[in-house]
Design a protein around this ligand. Structure first.
Ligand SMILES: [Zn+2]
Ligand SMILES: [Zn+2]
Length: 427
């Protein structure tokens, strides 16, 4: 097979659908799309050992984080100590099983599942071929839904909120959790999707000779969103991973707008209704997001007030505006500036899940601040509505097909992919 027909040498960019001919990628480097700069593939040193090492270490830290005390608090002679498994327990006791489920799923379940799956897949552990395909399909889709590091940010914000009321102490589990966050991010970083799929099954042959510099759709090809294989436009199912493949997500704009409108409908009540109730000396004070920000600001904790304001008010509002703008532009009404719209899309994709900080702050506060009538914190319905707004906007961003913003660009001038060295690639 000549290099021009070798399916390993060609890739369709997942974000802009540009056909790119891959050069030999040196170890420790990654190739980026010449048009939208998305990472197309990475050639990692020890692609099997490194993800395995990081994933095993992350799982070990996760177990440690669940075994010991996480944080403690002392107020006026009373003390309270929590471990990680107690956080969802308290929520269930307060009739917020829904929030407990979200916590278990996003903070512990998904990251743990991903670590186990990475170990199974990169080491080619013996299992039925169908199961291997299912695990590989799920692994890369779940990547954005693991929120261990966002929970960590929520814990830090809770600390600053509580510092004025009492003395706080960190348990062994807190440090184990910090390490878990770093290790699980690193394990994901050193896994290359193309390499993992190549271990499962070889790429199918190219439908015909590709042409660099134009979109896949322009010469009758489409990319499998799951395993990255290049397929003819007329083929419905991927011959490597078996999923249904679309050249563009069907009804992408309609789905995105429907999810956006639903999140908008929930956004207003989630900002008006209380997200938590603070009980001090027998009196209950319900507070919504804005009231919490104002209270922090007036207490002098303006950096935390700013973090909560940006994460909980500014980011969700701007994100909804940005998704609406992307849909409007992709429907052909915009200024046809694909690069600018792509930047908007990347920002929306990156920042969206960070709005969950406030939900995790409530989770930590309601588990830790349990000192009876002296001082207690309970979750309130606004927190659940706000969590749903964040999840729905994440689904809206997922439903949007970024390739639509590039479809009006007929030809790109620079055809060679950019190679970026990764300083830590050899360590
Ligand atoms: Zn691209
Ligand atoms: Zn596939």
């Amino acid at each position: 097979m000549c290099a021009a027909d070798n399916p390993q040498s060609w890739v369709l960019c997942p974000q802009c659908d540009l056909t790119v001919k891959l050069p030999a990628v040196p170890i420790g480097s990654r190739a980026r799309c010449p048009r939208c700069h998305t990472t197309l593939t990475a050639n990692w040193h020890e692609p099997q050992k490194r993800p395995t090492g990081y994933a095993f270490a992350a799982l070990f830290m996760l177990v440690l984080a669940n075994l010991f005390p996480f944080v403690n608090m002392h107020v006026a002679g009373l003390s309270s100590e929590i471990s990680l498994p107690e956080i969802p327990n308290v929520m269930v006791r307060e009739d917020y099983s829904s929030l407990a489920t979200l916590f278990l799923l996003f903070v512990q379940g998904i990251p743990a599942f991903c670590m186990v799956t990475i170990i199974l897949l990169v080491n080619r552990i013996r299992m039925p071929h169908h199961l291997r395909l299912v695990l590989a399909r799920i692994l890369f889709q779940l990547r954005n839904w693991g929120m261990a590091e966002i929970f960590m940010a929520g814990v830090l914000v809770s600390f600053v909120k509580l510092m004025a009321y009492g003395e706080l102490g960190l348990g062994i589990s807190f440090w184990a959790w910090c390490l878990f966050c770093v290790l699980q991010l690193r394990a994901f970083q050193v896994v290359d999707r193309r390499w993992v799929w190549q271990q499962i099954a070889p790429l199918p042959a190219l439908p015909h000779a590709p042409k660099a510099g134009i979109s896949g759709l322009q010469h009758g090809m489409k990319r499998c969103s799951c395993c990255t294989a290049i397929l003819p436009v007329a083929q419905n199912h991927c011959s490597r991973c078996g999923v249904v493949v679309h050249a563009r997500r069907p009804h992408s704009l309609q789905w995105t707008l429907a999810l956006l409108v639903t999140s908008l409908l929930l956004y207003l009540p989630s900002n008006i209704m209380p997200i938590m109730v603070t009980e001090t000396l027998g009196t209950q004070y319900p507070s919504n997001i804005m009231a919490g920000v104002i209270l922090l600001w007036s207490d002098g904790s303006w950096p935390v007030a700013l973090v909560i304001f940006i994460a909980s008010i500014m980011v969700p509002s701007l994100k909804m505006l940005a998704i609406g703008w992307l849909c409007w532009d992709a429907s052909g009404r915009g200024q046809h500036d694909s690069e600018k719209m792509h930047l908007v899309y990347e920002v929306v994709e990156f920042v969206g899940r960070w709005s969950m900080i406030d939900v995790f702050v409530i989770a930590v506060l309601s588990a830790l601040v349990r000192m009876g009538r002296l001082m207690s914190v309970y979750p309130a319905p606004g927190a659940l509505l706000f969590a749903l707004v964040v999840i729905l906007t994440m689904f809206a961003a997922l439903a949007f097909d970024p390739r639509l913003t590039w479809d009006r660009v007929r030809k790109t001038e620079r055809k060679e992919p950019r190679l970026d060295g990764q300083s830590s690639g050899h360590c």
